[in-house]
Design a protein around this ligand. Structure first.
Ligand code: PMP
Ligand code: GLN
Length: 382
C-alpha cells in the first residue's frame, strides 16, 4: 500500500462495535444513537424516494438544503451566508474534513489540532501529506491551554483544525478560548477548519456554543463543518455541510467533486425538512441527553469509576487508573469478557499517549434502559 495510508489501521469505532456484536455486549463505544431522528424527516425521505428523486443531485447540493443550512446559521447565530456560493453539502462531516484537508494542506504543511482528536483527522492529515501538531486538552478540566496553542504554531503551520463541542472530552470552548484561537490564526494568517457537529449538544446550562466564524476577523478565514447526524439523530444518512467564505467553500468543493461528486439525492430534501421543520428536535434531544448524561455519570461514579461531567456532546470520560487499570486500552479490551460492556480507550486519540492512557470514553446517546443495563453489568463485574 501507499505511504499515504501507512500505519493507519481500522478505526477504533469499527473495531469496538464488532467486538460488541461478537461478545453480545452493551455497546457504549461508538457514538450511534439507538433512536431515530424526527419522523417528519423520515417521511420526507420516503416521499423523495418514491417521487423519483433518485438520480444525481447537483454537486454542491440541492438549493433547498443549501438554503436551509444558510437559514439555520442565521436563525441560531446571526450568520449571513449566500446559499449559492458559501454553502456546500457534504457526505457527512467526514467528507467535509477529508475535502477540506485535501484542498488546503500541501505536503509538509503543519496542521495544529486538539488532542484527544477525532480519528479521521489523523488519517486525513496524513493522506493530505500534512504533519499534525497536537495541542493537548488535559484531565481533569480539558481546557484549551493558550500557551500550548501558541507554541504549536511554526512558520510551516498552514491551518488549525478545531472541534467544539469537543469529542471525546465534552469541552465546549469558551469565547475567551476562541479569542486565543482567533488571535493566533490572524497573527499567523492561518485558515481554521472548525468541526461543529455537536453544535446543538451543549448540555451544561452555563455553557454556550460560539461558532468561531462569528469572532471579529474570523469569517473570512474559517471553514465551518457540521452535519445532520448528531443533532438530528440521523448518523446513517451521512448528510453534512460546509459553510464559509466563497474562496474556502470553492476549494473544498473542488476536492469534494472528485471524492463523491455529490451526496445522497433523496436524503437532501429530507435533510432540508429536518432543518426547516424540525428545528426544535435538537433542543428536545438535548434535554433528554442531559438526563442520560447525569444518569450515566452518577451511575459510573457510584460504582467507583471516576467519571468527568462533560459540558457537551454525548460522550463522557472516565479515569480507570483508580480501579487498578493503568491502561485504558487493556481495560476496554477486557471489559466485554469481564462485564459485557464496550467502551472506547482514548489513548488512540493522542500523540501524547500518557495524557490519555488512563481514560476511556462512554457514549450515552442510548436509551435509558440500555444505560441502566450497562451500569448493572458494570456493577456485577469482578
Ligand atoms: N467530527 C466529529 C468530532 C465526530 O464525532 C463525528 C462523528 N462521528 C464526525 C465528525 C463525523 O460526522 P458525520 O457522521 O457527519 O460524517
Ligand atoms: N463519531 C462517532 C464517535 O465518535 C463515530 C463515527 C464513526 O464510527 N466513524 O463515536
Amino acid at each position: 500500500p501507499a505511504s499515504r495510508i501507512a500505519g493507519i489501521g481500522e478505526t477504533i469505532f469499527a473495531r469496538m462495535s464488532a467486538l460488541a456484536t461478537r461478545s453480545g455486549s452493551v455497546n457504549l463505544g461508538q457514538g450511534a444513537p439507538d433512536v431515530d431522528g424526527p419522523a417528519l424527516a423520515l417521511h420526507a425521505a420516503e416521499r423523495a424516494l418514491m417521487a423519483g428523486q433518485n438520480q444525481y443531485a447537483p454537486g454542491i447540493g440541492i438549493p433547498a438544503l443549501r438554503e436551509a443550512v444558510a437559514a439555520h446559521q442565521w436563525r441560531h447565530y446571526g450568520i449571513t451566508l449566500d446559499p449559492a456560493s458559501e454553502v456546500v453539502v457534504t457526505t457527512g462531516a467526514t467528507e467535509g474534513i477529508a475535502a477540506a484537508l485535501l484542498a488546503l494542506v500541501d505536503p509538509g504543511d503543519e496542521v495544529v489540532v486538539l488532542e484527544p482528536y477525532y480519528d479521521s483527522y489523523v488519517a486525513m492529515i496524513q493522506m493530505a501529506g500534512g504533519v499534525r501538531r497536537p495541542v493537548t486538552l488535559r484531565a481533569p478540566d480539558f481546557r484549551l491551554d493558550a500557551e500550548a496553542l501558541r507554541a504549536a504554531v511554526t512558520p510551516r503551520t498552514r491551518l488549525i483544525l478545531l472541534n467544539t463541542p469537543h469529542n471525546p472530552t465534552g469541552t465546549v470552548l469558551t469565547r475567551a478560548e476562541l479569542d486565543v484561537v482567533a488571535e493566533v490564526a490572524i497573527a499567523h494568517d492561518l485558515v481554521v477548519v472548525t468541526d461543529e457537529v455537536y453544535e446543538h449538544l451543549v448540555l451544561d446550562v452555563a455553557a454556550e456554543h460560539v461558532p468561531l466564524c462569528t469572532l471579529p476577523g474570523m469569517a473570512e478565514r474559517t471553514l465551518t463543518l457540521s452535519s445532520l447526524g448528531k443533532s438530528w439523530s440521523l448518523t446513517g444518512w451521512k448528510i453534512g455541510w460546509a459553510t464559509g467564505p466563497e474562496h474556502l467553500v470553492t476549494a473544498l468543493t473542488t476536492a469534494k467533486q472528485w471524492l463523491t461528486y455529490t451526496s445522497g439525492a433523496p436524503l437532501q430534501p429530507a435533510a432540508a425538512v429536518a432543518l426547516d421543520e424540525a428545528d426544535d428536535f435538537p433542543a428536545t434531544l438535548r434535554t433528554s441527553l442531559r438526563a442520560r448524561r447525569d444518569h450515566l455519570v452518577a451511575g459510573l461514579n457510584g460504582l467507583g469509576i471516576e467519571t468527568y461531567m462533560p459540558q457537551g456532546t454525548y460522550f463522557a470520560l472516565s479515569d480507570v487508573s483508580g480501579l487498578g487499570w493503568a491502561d485504558g486500552m487493556a481495560f476496554c479490551e477486557a471489559l466485554p469478557e469481564r462485564a459485557g460492556v464496550v467502551a472506547i480507550p482514548t489513548s488512540v486519540f493522542h500523540d501524547d499517549v500518557e495524557a490519555g492512557r488512563h481514560l476511556v470514553r462512554w457514549a450515552f446517546c442510548k436509551q435509558e434502559s440500555v444505560l441502566e443495563e450497562g451500569l448493572r453489568r458494570l456493577g456485577a463485574a469482578d
